[in-house]
Design a protein around this ligand. Sequence first.
Ligand code: MN
Length: 233
Amino acid sequence: MRTIIGVSSNLKEDLLSVPMSNVRAITKSGGVPIVLPNLVGDGIEEIAGVIDGLLLTGGGDIDPTLFGEEPLPGLGNIVPERDQFELALIQKMLELNKPILGICRGAQIMSIAMGGDMYQDIYSQKDASLLQHDQQAPNWHGSHFVQVTEGSLLREIVGVDKIKVNSYHHQALRNMPEGFMINGVASDGVIESFESTNHAFVMGVQWHPESLIANGDASSLAIFGAFMKACKK
Ligand code: MN
């Protein structure tokens, strides 16, 4: 039996969708992807039971009331069903200690699920002079650097102190939930990635390794490889 990875999807006007780059990243790493529904309140236990790991894909913004804030003017599109479905599934996966890789929005919702919080819009909320985190270059191109934390699982996986990543976010992680450590930071101080210190493999990255893989990016291949390996156990 090969490793089955649940791939989260978006919901817009009654249509489920997910960029194929996520699906291809799983097949390229030897797994069998299953695209997940955004069904609220039912089937969570069964889905978590069937999948060996969860890939939380990128997407729109997250409802700020989930972390105790009201919407600021810079907040974008919200999908309540997706938020609810993913929060419930994350809780269940963590209970089962099954691996999760969160990408961009996926990293953020994972942090929220565990009690962390985030910036709704870094450009209006952060006072430091910021890098361009919404790159105009193609998505397979790494546009800014991330300093990888010494002693982290991410450092072990990528094998270097500094990696180049793509960037498509105006929201960002703020306070880490308990039991999670920051493992990657941009030069402007924006938190780019984190990992659980209590679980086998639970990691979130603000960038899109599934797109960088198309350009043969070594660190992205290593991240997906390590994720798949953890899911196989
Ligand atoms: Mn970035």
